[in-house]
Design a binder for this molecule. Structure first.
Ligand code: NAD
Length: 265
C-alpha cells in the first residue's frame, strides 16, 4: 500500500510523521507523495482539510485517515500513542471505507466558470459591507438576502461553522447541502426564511450577488476575494471523499463526545 503524510508542521506532528515512516517501512508500506492510496493527516481537523485540498484532484482514488495531536477531532480519531497499532492494522487488515458527500461550487465570473470542491463548507461574506444577494433554488427566486454572509455546508461540515450558526447536524449518509444565514437583516425589501434550509442531492441553489461588491469566498480554510462574481451555483458534488476505518468511528459518537462530553463506559 502507498501512503503519504500531511502534518500540521509543528514539532509534535513532525516527530509523529517521522515515527510513522519508520514503523511503516518496517511493515512494508511504501511512501509515495505523488500517487498515494492512503493519506494520513497528523494534526487536527484543519490538517485534514489541508490534506483534502492538496489531493482534491485525486479524491476518488484515495482514502483519508486522521491522527490527532490534541483533542479528538471530527476527522481525526487516532491518538498519537496509537501510531503503532494503526501501522499494524494498515499492514495486516483491510479497512472499511466510508464515503461522504462533498459540495461543488461553480463561480460564474467575467473570466468564465471555475469549479471548487469543499469538504466542510463554502462561505460567502462581504469584504467592505454586508452582502446583498438573490438566492434561487432550482432556478426560481427563493429569497433576497442582506446580511453578513451565507454558509453552504456539507453533512460533514454541518458540525463545524454551520452548527455555530444554529444549523442542523446532518448525518453524512444523507446526500445534501445546508444553507445557513449569518446575521441576516430582515425588513420589507430583504426578507429571508431565517432558518437553515437543507437541499437534497438533486437540487441546487444559485447565489446571485449585486454586481458592485467585493466578496470573500471561503472553501473550508481557503479564502479568495473577487469583485467580478456574477453568480455562484452550489450543489452536491458527483464525487465523494473516502475515509478508511480500521475500527468503528460512528458519527453520533463523535457528535456526543465533541459537544456533550459524555463517554460511554
Ligand atoms: P481550525 O482547524 O482551527 O478549525 C476551527 C475549528 O473547527 C476547530 O476546533 C476544528 O476542530 C473545528 N472543525 C473543523 N471541521 C469540523 C467539522 N467538520 N466538525 C466539527 N468541527 C470541525 O481552523 P481552519 O483550519 O481554518 O478550519 C476551517 C474550518 O473552521 C472551516 O471549515 C469552518 O467550519 C470552521 N470555522 C468555524 C467558525 C465558527 O464556528 N464560528 C468560523 C470560521 C470557520
Amino acid at each position: 500500500m502507498n501512503y503519504v503524510i500531511v502534518d500540521r508542521g509543528d514539532r509534535l506532528s513532525k516527530e509523529l510523521a517521522a515515527k510513522f515512516h519508520t514503523l511503516a517501512e518496517a511493515r512494508g508500506l511504501k511512501r509515495n507523495d505523488e500517487k498515494p492510496e492512503m493519506i494520513i493527516s497528523i494534526g487536527g481537523d484543519g490538517t485534514l482539510l489541508q490534506a483534502f485540498h492538496t489531493y482534491v484532484d485525486r479524491v476518488e482514488d484515495v482514502a483519508f485517515i486522521g491522527v490527532h495531536t490534541g483533542h479528538l477531532g471530527f476527522f481525526a480519531d487516532w491518538k498519537a500513542e496509537e501510531l503503532e497499532e494503526l501501522v499494524c492494522m494498515m499492514a495486516e487488515s483491510e479497512p472499511s471505507i466510508v464515503r461522504y458527500p462533498l459540495a461543488e461550487i461553480v463561480l460564474d465570473t467575467t473570466e468564465g466558470l471555475s469549479t471548487y470542491t469543499a469538504l466542510n463548507e463554502f462561505t460567502l461574506k462581504g469584504v467592505d459591507n454586508t452582502i446583498v444577494a438573490q438566492i434561487d433554488i432550482n432556478d426560481e427566486l427563493f429569497e433576497m438576502f442582506r446580511g453578513d454572509g451565507i454558509v453552504v455546508s456539507t453533512p460533514s461540515g454541518s458540525t463545524a461553522y454551520n452548527k455555530s450558526l444554529g444549523g442542523a447536524v446532518i448525518h453524512p449518509s444523507i446526500e445534501s447541502l445546508q444553507i445557513a444565514e449569518i446575521a441576516s437583516i430582515n425588513n420589507r425589501v430583504y426578507r429571508t426564511l431565517g432558518s437553515s434550509v437543507v437541499l437534497p442531492q438533486h437540487h441546487h441553489c444559485d447565489i446571485i450577488s449585486r454586481k458592485d461588491q467585493r466578496l470573500q469566498l471561503t472553501f473550508d480554510h481557503l479564502n479568495i476575494t473577487r469583485n467580478d462574481i456574477r453568480s455562484i451555483r452550489c450543489s452536491v458534488s458527483s464525487r465523494k471523499v473516502s475515509f478508511a476505518r480500521y475500527r468503528p468511528f460512528p458519527f453520533w459518537t463523535r457528535v456526543r463526545e465533541a459537544f456533550l462530553g459524555y463517554e460511554v463506559k
